[in-house]
Design a binder for this molecule. Structure first.
Ligand SMILES: Cc1cc2nc3c(=O)[nH]c(=O)nc-3n(C[C@H](O)[C@H](O)[C@H](O)COP(=O)(O)OP(=O)(O)OC[C@H]3O[C@@H](n4cnc5c(N)ncnc54)[C@H](O)[C@@H]3O)c2cc1C
Length: 501
């Protein structure tokens, strides 16, 4: 069994530690945030210092792919999440009222997501992972990789990590799970590894979330309008939490300076009250806010590749989760992908226990096949979302260094049989209405949304495509869908009036 060092105790790091400990490896997780684990989910939300992962106090969706992975490979963790207050969201138990055939179908048992706060998810995952006798946590902020020179393939071989003050730990292999701000390409360059091929695309959004708790005697509202909507200038969603909490999130365009006021509590509330889907949730007799408005900007889609011209840039080091592939949080996929990635790595290491070169190549291949398509999909979705809108966007951030690996073909610029504007119309005026009425499209949509199928699965299914296009061709014959809320000008007037009152 190997001695494994994991950098970062977020979802990817803990997931990796859990998956590897289940196979008997000895794991040390090194985490820069030094507060101890609080003793309850509420204390975790209120007190846990997580500067290294500030998104933990934003709304998080935990998709069916993640819930099913826990069900199948870590059932204790799933059970402990439910005991800590998380709930399972069975999509097909509450189908849209417009769905033509509401009978259950095979596979429906997989269409179940998890609802809880991100801090609760991580609290349970950390406790369960550390409860395994073969996982230990060390508090330190890693600042370098240790290498013993070139390994068998003539590339640097990583044998440990170091941190400020001279601390070092050695291991058979190192996993970087230090999140979206991981400096792994720089650490690798410092041990003379070949450049990492990196692509980064600005999402162009700012994310703002506020959490609420139900007052005594109150329950979640019977939903009257959609809890998730896209007004073009503003995206919104409600997330059910655990222990009588829920949260509301707005995604607004980073360049929209007039709407930036939504990042303050009063305008945030006024905007939420103006949306029929949100109004019943935040009535002051129902709940009270338990946070201010949490804000995160400079959100990116990014992918890194660690194989250069058919050779890994280094052996003994693996990047998992956001450190490797990071996607727009709007789509709610990051934790699911991080956990899936962690288990894929454990599988690869089981298959290649003694050949670091083969393990590196196999992990790169499986990452490219299973995880990277979601980066490509997120970039394409972002492009569709921006189509027709006048949204200032930071230029694509500079790539660290392109490498010949990029010549393998890329991703988001290819395979666009239809232009973005038409695609957006097909999604909005074909897929969404069809998913509301046709049981086959409904399930295909839910499976894609929950990462149960690859992102191109809908477009690859001739039956589903036929149904979507039929709905799209009828778009002018249908009455317009109910308004989700005010348009942008109206919203600005509402905010102005409220500010003057
Ligand atoms: C605003 C926002 C909303 C999101 N919403 C969702 C959602 O709804 N659903 C979803 O699935 N995903 C969502 N995501 C994405 C999700 O949060 C990430 O994909 C996920 O956290 C990735 O896990 P990770 O372990 O790779 O990184 P992280 O969870 O960020 O963990 C990285 C860990 O590494 C530690 N670390 C960093 N540097 C060092 C170092 N040098 N030494 C030691 N430790 C270090 C950090 O302290 C941290 O604990 C959202 C993200 C954002 C920003």
């Amino acid at each position: 069994m190997a001695a494994v060092l994991v950098i970062g105790a977020g979802v990817a790091g803990l997931g990796s530690a859990l998956a590897l400990s289940q196979r008997g490896h000895q794991v040390v997780v090194v985490e820069r945030d030094t507060t101890s684990v609080p003793d309850s989910p509420d204390a975790a939300f209120e007190q846990w210092e997580r500067r290294g992962a500030p998104q933990v106090r934003h709304s998080h969706a935990f998709l069916a792919r993640l819930r099913n992975l826990l069900r199948d490979r870590a059932p204790d963790v799933l059970q402990h999440l439910l005991e800590a207050g998380a709930s399972e969201v069975r999509f097909v138990d509450q189908p849209p009222v417009t769905l033509e055939d509401r009978q259950p179908r095979p596979g429906d048992e997989d269409l179940v997501a998890l609802a809880c706060r991100r801090t609760t998810f991580e609290w349970v995952l950390r406790r369960d992972t550390l409860a395994a006798g073969n996982v230990r946590l060390v508090e330190a902020s890693v600042d370098r990789l240790l290498s013993d020179g070139t390994g068998p393939g003539g590339v640097p071989n990583v044998v440990g990590v170091g941190w400020a003050g001279g601390g070092e730990l050695r291991a058979d292999l190192v996993i970087d799970a230090s999140g979206v701000r991981s400096p792994l390409p720089r650490w690798l360059a410092a041990i003379d590894a070949a450049p990492v091929a990196e692509k980064e695309k600005d999402t162009g959004i700012v994310y703002s979330s506020r959490f609420y708790r139900l007052l005594a005697g109150q329950e979640l509202p019977v939903q009257e309008g959609p809890v998730l909507g896209d007004l073009d200038y503003l995206k919104y969603a409600v997330f059910v939490g655990d222990n009588r909490t829920f949260s509301i999130t707005f995604g607004l365009h980073a360049g929209d300076s007039e709407l930036r006021q939504l990042l303050r509590p009063d305008p945030f509330t006024v905007a939420a009250e103006s949306l029929p889907g949100l109004r019943p949730w935040i009535h002051p007799t129902r709940c009270e806010p338990i946070t201010g408005v949490e804000v995160m900007a400079r959100l990116v889609n990014r992918r890194r590749r660690f194989v250069n011209a058919g050779r890994p840039v280094a052996t003994g080091i693996f990047a998992v989760g956001d450190s490797a592939i990071c996607t727009n949080p709007l789509y709610g996929r990051g934790c699911s992908l991080a956990m899936v990635h962690a288990y894929l790595l454990a599988d690869v290491l089981e298959e290649h226990p003694r050949d670091p070169m083969e393990a590196a190549l196999a992990f790169a291949a499986v990452t490219r096949d299973e995880i990277e398509p979601w980066y490509t999909a997120a970039v394409a979705q972002d492009r569709q979302n921006r189509t027709g809108l006048d949204i200032p966007l930071r230029d694509d951030l500079p790539s660290d260094a392109p490498s010949s690996d990029d010549s393998l073909g890329d991703d988001e610029e290819q395979d666009q049989p239809v232009d973005a504007q038409t695609m957006r119309s097909i999604m909005r005026d074909g897929l969404l209405p069809a998913a509301g009425t046709d049981p086959i499209v409904y399930r295909a949509f839910l499976r894609a949304f929950n990462l149960l199928d690859q992102p191109n699965a809908i477009m690859a299914d001739a039956d589903v495509v036929g149904r979507v296009l039929a709905a799209w061709q009828m778009r002018d014959q249908r009455p317009p869908p109910p308004r989700l809320g005010p348009d942008r000008e109206e919203m600005l007037r509402i905010l102005l009036r409220a500010a003057a009152a």
